[in-house]
Design a protein around this ligand. Structure first.
Ligand code: NAD
Length: 247
């Protein structure tokens, strides 16, 4: 157990990759706060059945009153906040189309959740982490940024923003013992992922390691960045994509 006694907030933890993050952090000993617009009780039950601790909160990360409540409830229930995983995003429901067909409203909604959300969550947990003089903020970016994947410019731009946010925030909070890093996953297969076959074939061809990526492929790096093993690592973006793009 590498995270015993720690408290982790995982946004978008109610399903898919975020749920895998929650299960792993709990298995490593962290108490987990699952913050999602969806109901996270199913994941709470799984974690409890495995002997771990978790609660689920209904949170829209694009609303400041929600992110403030999220941080306050985490402290009220578990007493501290050690880890924030900014995983919530508009991703699976995104329509892929040329940039000139993306409406201004769709652009704004993606930006509100994928960029403003991580900013608001970091802002909400900062006072507690500052007081503790320690913390780990992990932003979930995407390898699409480095590959320059076309046809969802709003999404790729939002994930690129997280690379910049990771670097600048790392410089602002380092003096308080807070590390800020990002993970950039490649295309991850899970039950909700419905990528067209030509797209997965293209991904496989580009990869050094010729197999599909699963949520479990991300967990080693997640625990590394959440644990004291990475205490002198900050401002970094780690690509976990089977060696598809190099950065
Ligand atoms: N699946 C992939 O291939 C892949 C690749 C690279 C990066 N990612 C990133 O990994 C993360 C998880 O992706 P996923 O494939 O599990 O997708 P997903 O859509 O299942 O996960 C997103 C989660 O965020 C939640 N969410 C959405 N809007 C929210 C809001 N306003 N407030 C709170 N929660 C909200 C959703 O309910 C969901 O649980 C995302 O950040 C995604 O961009 C995914």
């Amino acid at each position: 157990m590498r995270l015993g006694g720690r408290v982790a907030i995982v946004t978008g933890g109610a399903r898919h990759i975020g749920a895998a993050y929650c299960r792993k952090l709990a298995a490593e000993g962290a108490a987990v706060v699952i913050a999602d617009v969806l109901d996270g009780e199913g994941v709470v039950k799984e974690i409890a059945a495995a002997g771990g601790k978790a609660i689920a909160l209904k949170v829209d990360v694009s609303r400041e009153e929600d992110t403030e409540r999220m941080a306050a409830e985490a402290v009220q229930v578990f007493g501290r906040i050690d880890i924030l995983v900014n995983n919530a995003a508009i991703f699976l429901n995104i329509q892929r189309h040329p940039f000139y067909e993306i409406s201004a409203e769709e652009w704004d909604r993606v930006s509100a959740v994928n960029i403003k959300g991580p900013f608001l969550c970091a802002k909400a947990v900062f006072p507690q982490m500052k007081q503790q003089r320690s913390g780990k903020i992990i932003n979930i970016s995407s390898s699409t940024v480095f590959a320059g994947t076309p046809l969802f410019l709003h999404y790729v731009a939002s994930k690129a923003a997280l690379v910049g946010m990771t670097r600048s925030l790392a410089r602002e909070v380092g003096e308080f013992g807070i590390c800020v890093n990002a993970i950039a996953p490649g295309l991850v297969q899970h039950e909700g992922q419905n990528a067209p076959k030509e797209f997965t074939d293209f991904q496989l061809k580009a990869r050094s390691i010729k197999r599909l990526q699963t949520p479990e492929d991300l967990l080693g790096v997640l625990v590394y960045l959440a644990s004291s093993d990475s205490d002198f690592v900050t401002g970094q973006t780690l690509l976990v994509d089977g060696g598809s793009v190099f950065y």
